[in-house]
Ligand binder design. Structure first.
Ligand code: NAD
Length: 367
């Protein structure tokens, strides 16, 4: 059965009339990659073969229609052999961090995906751009706004596109939520609660627990909470006030739990939280004509949406496959990115203001 038809049938049979009216536009627009399939897949190289590349991105690239895994960049020789065998990667398309820049000569690679510790995003994005390759860079974009600006400038100067790995923006329930906000389906949004955290059990030596690598909850899951508040309200915050809490200051040299209040134009407020010691993943939106809740809101699969008018169930897609397919389609068709570098920069500017508020205890203006 056509998946569109089955989704429509599901919505018709499972949801009441009120909910159906809410979902009508989504049925038409929630497809993952816009436009038709490309005649030829673009080639992508993953830089950094850690958890996210190994467990999530490489498997997702087995499901993509517009892009194929053609290259790898790794500092670990054992991984070269493993990946070459598993994913049929040509020897000429395998690089290490020293000879990476030679990728400029490689016609098989159109896009470089930077999946390294946060402190390395800037260097590898700029080197990729200078090699003439389009770039996807993982979130958080970089350590601070000057780094983000340098990455955006390098891509612009080298005439390549840059996208940040905010996979939720390719997810149907999230896109539907953005439509509710844009079209005021539930009226004006007044208040958002966004919380994303997990119990981080990594060794203290892990880069995610090191300040110099851009570790800490705020840079890890915090940017999802900030994104959630921003895309729920559909506006940019005017000011932030933040607080932090540590149950284990010895283990957490980086931030452990951070809360913040974001003030938006028109009086909307967001209470945002992130943590390395609390498991939570929820987005709750209160509008003047109802409410919407996504729980979880930023998991890889199984996003669940509830509203005061009933549940909204859309396709549970492979977000990373959708993300990379759309990025490839837009590059091939010279269309702008859904999540350009500027979007990563917006969150980093908020992170910087949060840090200033934590340091001074004051409300920090963002305008
Ligand atoms: P990881 O530690 O598992 O992998 C990092 C890789 O970088 C490893 O292969 C490591 O060998 C390599 N590396 C190269 N030089 C290094 C150095 N000097 N120090 C440490 N490692 C070095 O991390 P990960 O979880 O795969 O995260 C990588 C990036 O992906 C991060 O920016 C993270 O925020 C992001 N990420 C995004 C999502 C998402 O859902 N979008 C999920 C997980 C991770």
């Amino acid at each position: 059965m056509n998946p569109e038809t089955s989704r429509r049938d599901f919505i018709k049979t499972t949801l009441g009339a009120g909910a159906l009216a809410l979902t009508a536009a989504t049925v038409a627009n929630a497809d993952t990659a816009p436009g038709p399939q490309l005649d030829k897949k673009l080639g992508i190289a993953l830089v950094g073969l850690g958890y996210y590349s190994t467990d999530i991105l490489a498997p997702a690239l087995q499901e993509t229609k517009n892009i194929a895994l053609k290259g790898i960049v790794t500092g670990t020789p054992a991984k070269e052999k493993q990946w070459a065998e598993k994913y049929h990667i040509a020897q000429n398309n395998i690089y290490n961090y020293e000879n990476f820049d030679r990728i400029a000569e490689n016609q098989d690679i159109d896009i470089i995906y930077v999946v390294l510790p946060n402190s390395m995003h800037k260097e590898y994005t700029i080197r990729a751009a200078q090699a003439g390759k389009h770039v996807i860079c993982e979130k958080p974009m970089a350590l601070n706004s000057p780094e983000c600006e340098a990455m955006i400038a390098a891509c612009r100067e080298n005439n390549v596109q840059l996208s940040i790995g905010y996979r939720m923006q390719f997810e149907p329930h999230t896109q539907e939520l953005m439509r509710y906000s844009r079209e005021k389906v539930f009226g004006e949004i007044k208040y958002v609660t966004a919380a994303a955290g997990f119990v981080n059990r990594s060794a203290v030596s892990h880069w995610k627990l090191q300040q110099s690598y851009g570790g800490g909850a705020l840079m890890d899951m915090g940017v999802y909470s900030i994104q959630g508040a921003r895309y729920s309200i559909g506006a940019e915050p005017l000011a932030v006030t933040a607080q932090q809490y540590k149950t284990d200051p010895e283990r957490f040299q980086v931030d452990e739990t951070v809360t913040m209040q974001l003030e938006f134009p028109g009086g909307a407020l967001a209470n945002v939280m992130t943590s390395f010691s609390i498991n939570t993943n929820i987005l709750h939106i209160v509008a003047d004509k109802g409410w919407i809740q996504l729980n979880p809101f930023s998991g890889y699969r199984g996003i669940k949406m509830q509203t005061n008018k009933g549940p909204i169930q859309l396709a549970d897609i492979n977000q990373q496959a959708a993300q990379m397919d759309e990025v490839a389609w837009c590059i091939a068709n010279k269309q702008p990115m859904r999540v350009p570098g500027e979007e990563g920069l917006r969150d980093i500017k908020i992170v910087e203001a949060v840090r200033e508020s934590l340091r001074t205890g004051a409300r920090v203006s963002l305008v």
